[in-house]
Design a protein around this ligand. Sequence first.
Ligand code: AMP
Ligand code: MG
Length: 481
Amino acid sequence: MTIGWHFDNTYLKLSKTFREEIKPTPVHDPNLVILNEELAEDLKLDFSKIDNKDLAKLFSGNVLPNDTNTIAQAYAGHQFGHFTMLGDGRAVLLGEHLVNNTKRFDIQFKGSGRTSFSRSGDGRAVLGPMLREYIISEAIHALNIPTTRSLTVVSTGEKVVRENLLPGAILTRVASSHIRVGTFQYIAAKQNVNDLTTLLDYTVERHYPEIQSSKNKALDLLSLVMEKQCQLVINWMRVGFIHGVMNTDNMTLSGETIDYGPCAFIDHYDPKTVFSSIDKFGRYSFSNQPPITKWNLARLAECLIPLIDKNEDQAIKIATEIIDNFQNIYEIKWLNMMRDKLGLFGEDKDDLELINNLLNWMQSNQADYTNTFCYLMNISSIQDQIYEDKDFIDWSKNWEKRILINGGNKENSLELMKKNNPFVIPRNHKVEEALEAANNNDLKPIYDLLSILKKPYTKQVNIEKFQTPSKNQNYQTFCGT
Ligand code: AMP
Ligand code: MG
């Protein structure tokens, strides 16, 4: 039976400090819940000759493919500002799967049993949250935002103890790597410069080979990761995504979105929006995501200090200069992103004011973030009396005048807007509805939702119910599930 796995496990070759060798704990009665056939195809994996029962054995870890030496990876993290030694407490890495001998993907099971990093956790995951990660990560991918992907969800046939007994599941996650800011923090905390150099070299070789022979790899890595993470958070702000738990262990060096826990999309525009039940002080609120990105990057910079310059003061000085530049880079990128959302070409001195006026209007009138841009595109069926408001109409007149500046016209503006404004996002109530149905063994709502979320920038017919904002203004999400 040839599936097409090509494992080549370079992380395993790093010293023992980086990981624990551990097998997934077998589960009682694995059943395939969902398989991402498109992703399987991208990974050049062929499951067509395997029945679902065997697939479930494979993706629960009950039967492991050849050439895998499963490991749990060590990492640390600032969780809500507090430093903790963490690690994969409920995940194992099967290995790195090579596609066409060039592209390398981590294949990881999440919910696969206890490891030495589990602390008091049971090592398990619940079906609902794993399907939620599947839906949202695939939606983020379709929105053209870098992210880990979801290949399968398998139910385990075992109950997991949470607030009550819930069905257990294992998600197979695909990532360009699982190297986190927290990985650097873990190794830096061990104060072994050799291991730190190894991690730097490994990360550069895997993600940024263009700086392999640079004079100051650590500094160049910091700049490149900052660029990637800045672009990532800009993308989140573009589509109204709140990650919800931007701890340093949930920030990748590759610039992919990772660890979908209490994440959700905003409906009405309010920069202070927080969905996570435990984020009492709004540390990870919508508008706090950019400064938190900078804060996390500063933690990465601290780890790299010994490798930036032998003179610590000098190293701190140059690393600080890089981090201090985050705000400038972010503001320029953000302004350009908002110009794209509004179909504005080139620059005009009043652009910032025009954009802020719209955002302020949306906030005061509780206007839906996604639907307001759809309404402006004037090609969707969005209708809402809110847009008859005089202030909005006055604003629109200014905006229409601005469109014509710098050689712009309505037509090319619309083309630009269509690439940047999704018609659909995973609406919180639709996600919840689909998960509830899945809990009752009805997967149709998930498939329907996924198929619509696959084409967010394409006008689709009969999707109004997927565009309507949730009536629940106090939507809450939960992590640690
Ligand atoms: P997360 O909230 O998924 O980013 O996880 C934060 C840390 O808690 C990581 O080290 C996880 O491996 C660990 N963790 C989360 N849930 C569990 C669980 N059920 N059992 C063991 N460890 C867990
Ligand atoms: Mg995490």
